[in-house]
Design a protein around this ligand. Structure first.
Ligand SMILES: Nc1ncnc2c1ncn2[C@@H]1O[C@H](COP(=O)(O)OP(=O)(O)OP(=O)(O)O)[C@@H](O)[C@H]1O
Ligand SMILES: [Mg+2]
Length: 236
């Protein structure tokens, strides 16, 4: 499966954030999305997940040997950088509710406790209101929803940054394990995370997406090069 972005445009008033951006993401790979603050990474994710409407271009899925179809947004899982969860439910109650409304989509359902174990949310916290959760705990719950429904496209907007080192490492391993069946796009400001985890690195710069040469990613000049690329538009 491919996720094809063709000439995507998104403006906020006079501000052109995405400028006819074209890119094809392939199943089986983890893509690291790099870009300066305000480059448009979250905006791009919002367009792919149809949280917001884009102004031009198209987003399609291409299943091999079939015609392109308009993206099926139920197949896009999105973990926001700021988790949006109901404060008035416990983690356990929320997952129960989530599984209930998505049960048609879930294959190989585990028990709620098994999912919570996987994310290392301890027994005590499961039955506390989400309102009192830390940012990282909320992110874990959001991440779990994606792991439960296993959508074809997984968008992660800087989620690992708030995880403690143990969970971050487990998440990295988990993402590597599931990547064969998904397109995973991962925005981060942490270069090392991008080089560690991702098969490809894509830079969002001046409104367009550009794939970095894989040879560059492994080279010692990588950091300096990426600085150059990202600084180019400093004076815009
Ligand atoms: N709803 C909105 N209304 C107006 N402008 C917006 C809106 N959402 C985003 N923008 C603008 O679009 C640009 C891109 O923002 P976006 O949040 O996508 O950047 P980002 O790459 O995710 O940045 P960061 O790395 O800081 O998370 C910014 O200039 C931002 O101010
Ligand atoms: Mg952002």
């Amino acid at each position: 499966m491919q996720l094809i972005l063709q000439d995507i445009e998104k403006n906020f008033g006079d501000k052109k954030v995405l400028k006819k951006s074209t890119f094809t993401f392939e199943k089986g790979k983890i893509y690291g999305l790099l870009g300066r603050n305000g480059a448009g990474k979250t905006t791009l994710f919002n367009c792919i997940s149809e949280e917001i409407k884009y102004d031009g271009g198209s987003i399609t899925f291409h299943q091999y040997e079939k015609e392109n179809v308009k993206a099926d947004y139920s197949q896009v899982g999105y973990v926001f950088s700021e988790p949006i969860l109901p404060d008035f439910l416990t983690g356990y109650e929320f997952l129960k509710f989530f599984i209930d409304i998505n049960k048609d989509k879930i294959e190989n359902l585990l028990s709620i406790d098994e999912y919570l174990d996987r994310m290392k949310i301890n027994k005590e916290d499961r039955y506390r209101l989400i309102k009192g959760y830390s940012h990282g705990m909320k992110n874990k719950i959001q991440m779990l929803t994606t792991l439960i429904t296993k959508p074809e496209v997984i968008l992660l907007d800087e989620p690992l940054t708030s995880f403690d080192v143990v969970v971050a490492l487990e998440m990295k391993n988990l993402l590597k394990k599931i990547k064969e069946d998904h397109i995973i796009i991962f925005s981060t400001h942490i270069l090392q995370l991008a080089t560690d985890l991702c098969d490809e690195i894509v830079v969002l710069n001046d409104g367009v997406l550009e794939l970095l040469d894989n040879k560059l990613i492994k080279s010692p000049e990588f950091e300096a090069e990426i600085m150059e690329i990202l600084k180019e538009n400093e004076n815009d």
